[in-house]
Ligand binder design. Structure first.
Ligand SMILES: C[S@@+](CC[C@H](N)C(=O)[O-])C[C@H]1O[C@@H](n2cnc3c(N)ncnc32)[C@H](O)[C@@H]1O
Length: 344
């Protein structure tokens, strides 16, 4: 199998010393009351049983090892939108949200990403899925690293790579030197072939618009069906058939400056993106993790959709914004605000 190397590459596994030396404790700073959703109670994981959603302020290098004793192989869905290695600092007004400069050292960035992927792989449940959101700067490296960690199945039937989703948008400028960059990439990897996927929840109705080379039939009552002959077989689809969504998502726009959903956090992603991912790859009551939660879109949508969540970020601005958004929800489960040892 092809693997990627870089200066200072150091693999880690479950028995690694790095894990125990980094295993910071998590301290609860505050508990926010709420009423557990029915789905969460039914999952057997309500506050009565000791379950609280968790918002954690801390560097992923401390937070992820600290989660291992309790959550190894227990997380159903992970979405991460890490720094993309843009070479920039991101601010909100005059306050620094986070730095994405890496002293311009790709080796350092790749080792950092590698360690995150390895720990997330350990945290993922057998039927779990990992979505990694990046762009042209690092997606190609991430894919090779993820192949190494998740394994490459010769038949494409096992775990490992499942999809490369192109999130296509219209915002951003245009260069006259090359093609305008108008997409991010979201890689989907699963731990095994027994992963949760509900294409029907996010699919689109086939409808009455002509697609491909299909032939249209209109019944006397006006009902439309489509047929196509392929390899000697005739396939017939009703206009109400739900088609699995393709891996190019052009129907969700970036949040423009005046969008009411905007909360001022520089790299905020739209809730619609997370809605799609959470609906497709988890069940109600499942546990969703995001260790780069930024403005809190993952915990917010997980909460709305009746999932349990753990969200963390090293930025205090991210914590403020996420906490504010969660507290503004009319109905929410109780959650705790925690800090990793490095922040005490
Ligand atoms: C692209 S932003 C995430 C944006 C988020 N998805 C949203 O919709 O708001 C990346 C986040 O990673 C966080 N981050 C960067 N380095 C980190 C680290 N070592 N540990 C934890 N979080 C980190 C940053 O503070 C930032 O909030």
């Amino acid at each position: 199998m092809a693997t990627l190397t870089w200066k200072g590459k150091r693999p880690i596994d479950e028995n690694d010393q790095v894990l125990s030396s980094h295993a910071a404790q998590l301290y609860t700073v505050e508990t926010f009351p709420g009423s557990p959703l029915e789905s969460v109670v039914l999952s057997g994981q309500s506050p009565a049983n000791g379950w609280y959603n968790r918002l954690i302020c801390g560097d992923k290098s401390f937070v992820l090892p600290a989660l291992l004793p309790e959550f190894a192989r227990a997380v159903d869905l992970i979405y991460i939108d890490p720094p993309f290695m843009t070479g920039r600092d991101f601010t909100s007004g005059t306050q620094l949200a986070y730095s994405d400069k890496w002293k311009n050292d790709l080796d350092v960035y790749l080792q950092w990403l590698y360690e995150a992927f390895a720990l997330l792989h350990i945290l993922l449940a057998e039927h779990g899925s990992l979505y990694v959101h990046l762009d042209w700067r690092a997606t190609h490296y991430a894919k090779i690293i993820l192949d190494e960690i998740f394994g490459v199945s010769p038949s494409a039937e096992g775990g490992g790579f499942k999809s490369e989703i192109i999130w296509h948008y219209q915002t951003g400028g245009r260069s006259y030197k090359t093609y305008a960059r108008k997409h991010d990439t979201i890689l989907l990897y699963t731990k095994t072939d027994r992963y949760c996927f509900h294409g029907e929840r996010i699919g689109e109705r086939r409808g009455s618009q002509k697609r491909n080379h299909m032939r249209k039939h209109v019944d006397p009552d006006g009902h439309i069906t489509w047929t196509i002959r392929s390899a000697g077989r005739l396939y017939t689809y009703d206009e109400d058939t739900i088609m699995t969504l393709s891996d190019v998502w052009s129907d969700i726009s970036h949040l423009h400056q005046k969008d009411p959903e905007r909360n001022g956090y520089a790299t905020q992603k739209p809730a619609a993106l997370l809605e799609r991912i959470i609906l497709a790859s988890s069940e109600e009551g499942d546990l969703v993790l995001d260790c780069f939660c930024g403005s809190g879109v993952t915990p917010l949508v997980a909460e709305r959709l009746g999932r349990r969540w753990i969200a963390s970020d090293q930025s205090s601005l991210a914590m403020q914004v996420t906490q504010k958004r969660l507290l503004a929800l009319e109905q929410r489960c109780p959650f705790v605000l925690q800090r990793s040892e490095a922040y005490v």
